[in-house]
Design a protein around this ligand. Structure first.
Ligand code: IMP
Length: 407
């Protein structure tokens, strides 16, 4: 059975959750493979809006087994807050499983994230301050605490205490306030006991599912150009959102990946610092922010906006072996008299644009490909031609059903 990977093809916030929600119907498990609660995934069902940070987007379907894979860094207060919110709204999280190998985020990671950012001054990355970078750094230093450790509460208590003392020394050395060690120990021993029933060997769980021919959906957070290796370093996140990261972050080998869906908006956004060739700093950029509601779901920060860049998308195809594209938020361009797409960079690295007439039609209600105005069809065709892989899904609004199947 196929394993589908959903990966952001730009700098994040492409509308991955909506596409995952759509594809989840035909899968049995939805597995997060990297990142943590720096992600903000929103799914709109009727009048209900679900904002998810850690729990896989497929949780809204009763048949789905949501899995937090080994590549994720898990903030327990956020996990249980999210779980309680979902359950209070009638969504069961009983089937959630968390990899025993997933690393945990602690308050010291957040303190250090803020101290490192402050120390960079004008060169700051603009992180979400959720402690993601320091947690992955501890993983790479081989000193991180993992979810499986909560299964031995006495040893976990000791390990959290010792780690808190050690991290406090770094915090103080950087000019920060030391954390209250015993308060953290008590809080996390309690959270650990709550986590224990959800912890398992998810590699085993997923391979048993593959042996049964179940269809798995691997959910990326952040995106290709925030990838630690392939993104616009150092203005990146500290994990690998690209499709290779889906293998590492779940323990599923590459030969199982058959469908790799790259998600792109019909324009570009970026939150935080770093290069952005097609950025619009004029009123057109403001218009994209306003119509597209381009404010971060996690931090509330205003996103930077610009025209679609297919040079980036071509690179995303290579980096991820994308088999198809889902083009989201096409409706945000409804009121633009002309729309631009960057098809190459000039000698000085400046964007060179194809200019297309706008469709000046409300796409909000369009769910049938034949009802897309010709100008909108030409926009999608141009993307398909320029990128070189088929566009399958085109998003036409925020609602769960607002999309057309293009091919
Ligand atoms: P970090 O992941 O918090 O370390 O932040 C590193 C960079 O990734 C910053 O530019 C963030 O704004 C960006 N980033 C992290 N998570 C997301 C996301 O889910 N969407 C968009 N940008 C993100």
């Amino acid at each position: 059975m196929p394993v589908t990977v959903v990966v952001g093809a730009q700098w994040g916030d492409e509308g991955k959750a909506k596409v995952i929600d759509l594809l989840a119907a035909e899968h049995s498990h939805v597995v997060r493979y990297q990142g943590g609660h720096n992600a903000g995934h929103t799914v709109v069902v009727g009048s209900e809006r679900y904002a998810l940070q850690l729990i896989p987007s497929g949780v809204l379907y009763p048949h789905i087994i949501p899995v937090i894979g080994n590549g994720v860094v898990v903030d327990l207060p956020t996990l249980f807050k999210e779980l309680d919110t979902l359950e209070s709204r009638g969504i069961s999280c009983a089937k959630l499983r968390v990899s025993s190998q997933a690393h945990l985020i602690f308050p010291w990671h957040q303190s250090l994230d803020a101290l490192y950012e402050a120390g960079r001054g004008d060169d700051r990355i603009g992180t979400t301050l959720k402690g993601i970078g320091p947690a992955y750094a501890d993983k790479a230093r081989r000193i991180g605490l993992r979810a499986g450790e909560v299964l031995n509460p006495a040893a976990f208590r000791k390990a959290v205490g010792a780690m808190a003392e050690m991290q406090n020394r770094d915090i103080v050395a950087l000019g920060g306030e030391p954390l209250d060690v015993s308060a953290i120990v008590e809080q996390f021993v309690e959270l650990g006991a709550r986590l224990a029933p959800y912890v398992c060997d998810t590699v085993e769980l997923l391979h048993e599912a593959l042996d049964r021919d179940d269809a798995l959906l691997l959910e990326g957070a952040q995106a290709t150009f925030l990838d630690l290796d392939h993104g616009t370093y150092p203005f990146v996140t500290s994990s690998n959102p690209t499709a290779g990261g889906a293998c590492v972050g779940t323990g599923i080998g590459p030969r199982y990946l058959t469908r790799i869906v790259g998600i792109t908006k019909a324009y570009c956004t970026r939150v935080g610092s770093g290069p952005f060739p097609t950025e619009l700093t004029d009123e057109l950029g403001d218009k994209l922010v306003e119509i597209g509601h381009e404010f971060g779901t996690v931090t509330g920060r205003r996103r930077r906006t610009g025209w679609l860049d297919v040079v980036m998308l071509r690179k995303a195809v290579r980096l991820n072996s994308l088999t198809e594209i889902a083009l989201t938020k096409l409706d945000v361009l409804d009121t633009f008299p002309e729309v631009k797409v960057c098809t190459e960079y000039g000698a000085a690295g400046e964007p060179v644009y194809a200019v297309l007439p706008g469709w000046l039609t409300d796409l909000g209600a369009v769910t049938d490909v034949d009802l897309l105005p010709p100008q909108a069809r030409e926009f999608v065709s141009l993307v398909e031609r320029e990128v070189g892989v088929p566009v399958r899904i085109v998003g036409t609004g925020a609602e769960r059903d607002s999309y057309v199947i293009w091919s």
